[in-house]
Design a binder for this molecule. Structure first.
Ligand code: 5GP
Ligand code: ZN
Length: 114
């Protein structure tokens, strides 16, 4: 979609640090790095939020999360746990309106997240 920052990232028009990629998803480090390795997983096709997924896309995207979590563990071996978060619509904290799943590595109980 024109003027979508995450479409541009998926198409490599805007640089990002790649964690994982295949034909369906692109996973890259979040600029904000709430914890080291904070990653966003996006479908390569534009989709605004969870309300726009059909069952096929949902299956394709979510089925890849365990593999991406293992890639993240390999890249950040100190990681002791992982939170998975998905904000949908402005009220729920979504700020970029191309659906994305946050993977938040955890290193200790008091590493900035509760
Ligand atoms: P949301 O608040 O919509 O769930 O999360 C959007 C996330 O996208 C934020 O954590 C923000 O740091 C990240 N973000 C916004 N713009 C960019 C960008 O250009 N590159 C990367 N890597 N992350 C971005
Ligand atoms: Zn998009």
């Amino acid at each position: 979609m024109k003027d979508c920052i995450f479409c541009k990232i998926a198409q490599k028009e805007i640089p990002s640090y790649k964690i994982y990629e295949d034909d369906v998803v692109y996973a890259f480090l979040d600029l904000s790095q709430v914890t080291p390795g904070h990653t966003l997983v996006i479908p390569k096709t534009h989709c605004q939020d969870i309300f726009e997924y059909d069952a096929t896309l949902a299956g394709e995207v979510f089925a890849r999360i365990p593999k991406i979590a293992r890639a993240l563990q390999a890249a950040f071996p100190e990681m002791k746990g992982l939170n998975i978060l998905n904000n949908n619509r402005e009220l729920a904290g979504q700020t970029v309106f191309h659906s994305h799943i946050h993977l938040l590595p955890r290193y200790a109980q008091n590493d900035g997240l509760t």
